[in-house]
Unconditional design. Structure first.
Length: 276
C-alpha cells in the first residue's frame, strides 16, 4: 500500500516551511517503506528516492518549488527502487497513485494494450501504477494538450478523473466490480490535480498564511515591517493527502470526483457527475 501528500504553494521559497508545518498532520514517513519526492528546480522536474531503512535527513527539505509530491510505498519482491518507486516522471509531469486493484498484473496488461507504443516505451518498471500514469498521458495527448503550457488545471483534472473511471472499468472486467481503490495526484509544476475512485479517500486543505514559523524561529507578535514575517503571512498553500492524521480537519474529495489547483491557487472541485 502507498500513501502520498502533495502541495501547491504561492511562495516557492517558503515551501520547506509549508512542509514543516504540515508534517505532523499527515501520516507518511514509515521507515519500512520506500519514499519518493518530486519537485521542480529551474522549471525542471526532480525526483529523490529513499529505500526502506535508508536515512532521510532531507526528506522534507524540497527545493524552492511551486509544487511538491511526496509518497511512501511498499515495493514488491524484486522491484528495483529506480524503476518502480513513485512519483513517476515524464517530461514535466509528475504522477503518484495510492490504492489497490485486484489481479494487478492482469489489469496492468489490459491497460498496457490501451497505451500507444511511444508511451509504452516510457514504462520502465513492473507496477500497474506506472501504466496508469501512461494512460493519463494518453488522455492528454488525445485532446492535444499533453505539452501545452496553457493547459487549464480543470481540463487536466477532468482527464485524470476520466483515467480513474477507465481504470475502474477495466479492473471491473478483470476482477469484478467494486474492487478498485484509486487515488491519483499529478502536477506539471504549473498546477496540482487529483482524482479518486473506490474506497481510497482523498482529502484536501487550504493553508492560510501566518506570521509564526517554527522552522524560521518566527514568534507570535511579529510586525509586517519585517520582510520575513510579511512573506509568511501572505503565503497560501493547498495540500492534498490520502492519510491525514485528523481527517475531520480536512475536506474529503467525493468518490469519482476531481480537484484542480492552478498556479494562482484557484481551487476547483469537479463533482462525479461532471466526469463523463
Amino acid at each position: 500500500m502507498s500513501r502520498f501528500v502533495a502541495l501547491m504553494t504561492s511562495e516557492p521559497f517558503l515551501v520547506r516551511c509549508e512542509l514543516h508545518r504540515i508534517r505532523p498532520e499527515v501520516s507518511l514517513d514509515s521507515p519500512d517503506q520506500a519514499v519518493g519526492v518530486g519537485a521542480y528546480e529551474d522549471h525542471t522536474s526532480l525526483i529523490r528516492r529513499y529505500g526502506p531503512g535508508v536515512p532521510r535527513p532531507e526528506l522534507w527539505e524540497a527545493p524552492e518549488s511551486d509544487a511538491v509530491v511526496l509518497i511512501s510505498q511498499t515495493l514488491g519482491v524484486g522491484q528495483a527502487l529506480e524503476e518502480n518507486m513513485q512519483p513517476f516522471r515524464f517530461r514535466q509531469w509528475l504522477f503518484a497513485h495510492s490504492g489497490h486493484v485486484e489481479r494487478a498484473d492482469q489489469v496492468r496488461n489490459a491497460l498496457m494494450e490501451m497505451v500507444p507504443d511511444y508511451l509504452q516505451r516510457v514504462v520502465r518498471g513492473g507496477t500497474v501504477s506506472e501504466v496508469m500514469f501512461a494512460l493519463f498521458l494518453k488522455g492528454l495527448r488525445d485532446i492535444g494538450r499533453m505539452e501545452d503550457p496553457g493547459l487549464e488545471a480543470s481540463v487536466a483534472a477532468h482527464a485524470l478523473a476520466q483515467t480513474a473511471r477507465t481504470i475502474d472499468q477495466v479492473a471491473g472486467e478483470v476482477s469484478g466490480p467494486g474492487k478498485s481503490q484509486l487515488a491519483f495526484v499529478a502536477t506539471n509544476g504549473r498546477m496540482l490535480i487529483a482524482a479518486g475512485r473506490g474506497h481510497e479517500h482523498l482529502y484536501y486543505r487550504l493553508l492560510e498564511g501566518e506570521g509564526t514559523c517554527e522552522r524560521c524561529g518566527l514568534k507570535a507578535g511579529g510586525k509586517d515591517s519585517e520582510p520575513l514575517v510579511r512573506d509568511h503571512r501572505r503565503r497560501r498553500s493547498v495540500i492534498i493527502a490520502t492519510h491525514p492524521v485528523k481527517a475531520q480537519a480536512w475536506m474529503p474529495l467525493a468518490d469519482g470526483g476531481a480537484l484542480a489547483v492552478d498556479r494562482k491557487l484557484t481551487l476547483s472541485v469537479l463533482a462525479p457527475t461532471d466526469v463523463r
